[in-house]
Design a protein around this ligand. Structure first.
Ligand SMILES: C[C@H](O)[C@@H](O)[C@@H](O)C(=O)CO
Ligand SMILES: [Mn+2]
Length: 595
């Protein structure tokens, strides 16, 4: 069952613009301009897929655009085709405001071909000036090296910017109109769980759906789920999810019958939470049409703690399985599902998922371990990437099992891959490297099973978090770095004194000796909340581009300056990129409403 949301996937609209002077000039350029558009479309469709694995489709205007009439015809075609991102391309001079895309909600870029025979770059600058003057911030793409007229190869630096822009633009388009499903609400006073509907609506175009956790009980008690799939899921769970240690005090331990009941409950919870997000035609077929429609949720969160977990088994199993790239139905697209209903960490996970097509890690940013403290506690030295200190990422539930690092990339390195690249063997190894200890009943009186594993390998990762600042609005912080695998004699001591029943990832951010990235300790000290969303790969530059499209300023990042790609208008807000970002986001305000 694909996590199919309602509505078609957005397409990329390609706008070949041209000098409208007929009887010579225009005719001499038609082929070159259209060839450039075709080349861009072919490149984008060949390189990009959606998290569902579907290919990104491009729509090219029927004709070159030499003036406002053809611009309007193109806009109409894009509307009918469901275009969500607009890319204008040209090698020549065109009439800036007469051919521009004036849709304020479409992320837009202009690729001005770096050629000399025709003034393509001059058009690019004129167009961007027009977009800036009209309050339609637009990305400008201009290759470093001159190309010969008619050359339709796309230079590497242009490719990088095209992909960054399109991926981010498609993320914006995919979020629009979807829902955040909040199951329960405030969790243990975590501010991120007090879902801010205004933020979701105005910045992301996402509607917030609130459902009491009792709905899960109702559906369990009244059998409002696919009984056949439940049996399949339970059998699969018994086969693949082995119980781990039971750290509970003797008087808190439960008998086999209760443990079986808890497994049955958490499997039902998983089916039900998924159905609440995206619906299930089997539930409709059972006569529960409303329940079977779901809430078109592109991401969800479960309060869990504490009322539910004081009474019923926790949702660690549910959260871990939904966030993973596989379940009893096989290898599939991961969901985005936050524990403790931390909706802001959920949004950060969603950004990572839409940009990388991979499943996501949700963690407490739990402990900074200095080399000295590790030496004191373990009598051992940290080495390699870990030698400057490490951050312990760990949280009950909500971490994808892909984070066991059992998948391999083409070079044989540990990786977390888009689901369509994961082999059956790799999925099985992720499961085989995960145990499911009984929940600690001091925390979780209702019991349940927590996923427990360690990230066994070094992988490039990016930790991020959206934070809400009163009087300012949302900000995004980003830390690129690596997971590290500690020697077992260190890992065990540190993990067991922390919590041996949860999933652990050891994280080392890339530091540069200054500011928030002065050292590993500074990264943790500057982290804006108790949680971080961790995505495979160094996707910080993509996150920065996406944030600028959403008018969310980036308050902290360790991405190379030359990788920062924002709308050209940002330069008008000053040379200091960080300050300009804040001023530009403040000036433009959220995409879908007033602050
Ligand atoms: C079980 C505990 O309540 C944890 O859930 C808690 O420490 C957190 O994760 C807080 O973010
Ligand atoms: Mn937490």
């Amino acid at each position: 069952m694909a996590n199919r949301l309602i509505g078609d996937l957005p397409k990329v609209g390609i706008r070949p613009v041209i000098d409208g002077r007929e009887r010579g000039v225009r005719e001499s350029l038609e082929k070159q301009v259209m060839d450039l558009a075709q080349a861009a479309a072919a490149f984008i469709s060949e390189q990009l897929k959606f998290p569902s694995g579907e290919t990104v489709e491009c729509v090219i205007a029927d004709t070159c655009i030499g003036g406002v009439a053809e611009a309007a015809l193109c806009a109409e075609k894009f509307r009918k085709e469901g275009v969500g991102v607009s890319l204008t391309v040209t090698p020549c001079w065109c009439y800036g405001t007469e051919v521009m895309d004036t849709d304020p909600l479409l992320p837009k870029a202009v690729w001005g071909f770096n050629g000399t025979e025709r003034p393509g770059a001059v058009y690019l600058a004129a167009a961007l000036a027009g977009y800036t003057q009209k309050g339609l911030p637009t990305f400008g793409i201009y290759g470093r090296d001159v190309q010969d007229a008619g050359d339709t190869t796309i230079p590497e630096d242009v490719k990088e910017k095209l992909l960054r822009f399109v991926k981010s633009g498609l993320a914006v388009a995919q979020m629009k109109g979807k829902s955040y499903l909040s199951i329960g609400y405030s969790s243990m006073g975590i501010a991120g769980s007090m879902v801010d509907s205004g933020f979701f609506q105005k910045y992301l175009g996402i509607r917030t759906e609130f459902v009491e956790s009792v709905e899960i009980l109702r559906r369990i008690d009244e059998g409002i789920y696919d009984a056949e799939e439940y049996q399949k899921a339970l059998a699969w769970t018994k086969e693949n999810c082995k119980e781990g240690i039971d750290v509970n005090k003797p008087e808190d331990k439960v008998d086999a019958a209760r443990k079986e009941e808890e497994w049955e409950t958490v499997v039902k919870m998983t089916l039900i939470c998924r159905d609440m997000m995206i619906g299930n035609e089997k539930v409709v077929a059972k006569g529960y049409r409303e329940e079977g429609l779901g809430r078109n949720a592109i991401l969800g969160g479960f309060q869990g703690q504490r009322q539910w977990t004081d009474y019923k088994p926790n949702a660690d199993f549910t959260e871990a399985i939904l966030n993973s790239s596989f379940d009893w139905n096989g290898i599939r697209q991961a969901f985005v599902f936050a524990t403790e209903n931390d909706s802001l960490n959920g949004v950060s996970m969603l950004f990572g998922h839409l940009l990388s097509n991979t499943s996501q890690i949700f963690s407490d940013v739990r402990t900074y371990w200095s080399p000295e403290a590790v030496k004191r506690v373990c009598g051992k030295e940290l080495s390699g990437l870990a030698e400057g200190g490490i951050i312990h990422l760990i949280n009950s539930g909500s971490t994808t099992l892909d984070a066991t690092a059992q998948q391999r990339d083409e070079e044989g390195n540990p990786a977390m891959k888009p689901f369509w690249e994961i082999t059956e063997e790799e999925a099985q190894k992720c499961l085989d490297n995960t145990l499911w200890p009984q929940a600690e009943r001091g925390y979780f009186r209702g019991g349940g099973y927590s996923s427990q594993f360690k990230t066994a390998g070094q992988m490039p990762v990016t930790m991020s978090r959206v934070n809400l600042v009163d009087g300012l609005g949302p900000v995004l912080q980003i830390a690129e770095g690596w997971t590290v695998e500690l020697p077992d004699d260190i890992h065990k001591i540190l993990d067991e004194r922390t919590n041996p029943t949860w999933p652990t990832t050891w994280f080392v951010p890339r530091v540069n000796g200054a500011g928030a990235f002065k050292d590993v300790y500074s990264v943790m000290a500057n982290w804006g909340a108790n949680h971080g969303a961790i995505s495979y790969g160094h996707i910080g530059a993509d996150l920065i581009t996406l944030a600028s499209m959403l008018r969310i300023p980036v308050n902290m990042h360790n991405v190379d300056e030359d990788k920062v790609f924002r709308p050209s208008a940002w330069v008008s807000f000053g040379e200091n990129k960080e300050g300009a970002d804040f001023r530009a986001c403040e000036s433009y305000g959220p995409l879908y409403g007033k602050k």
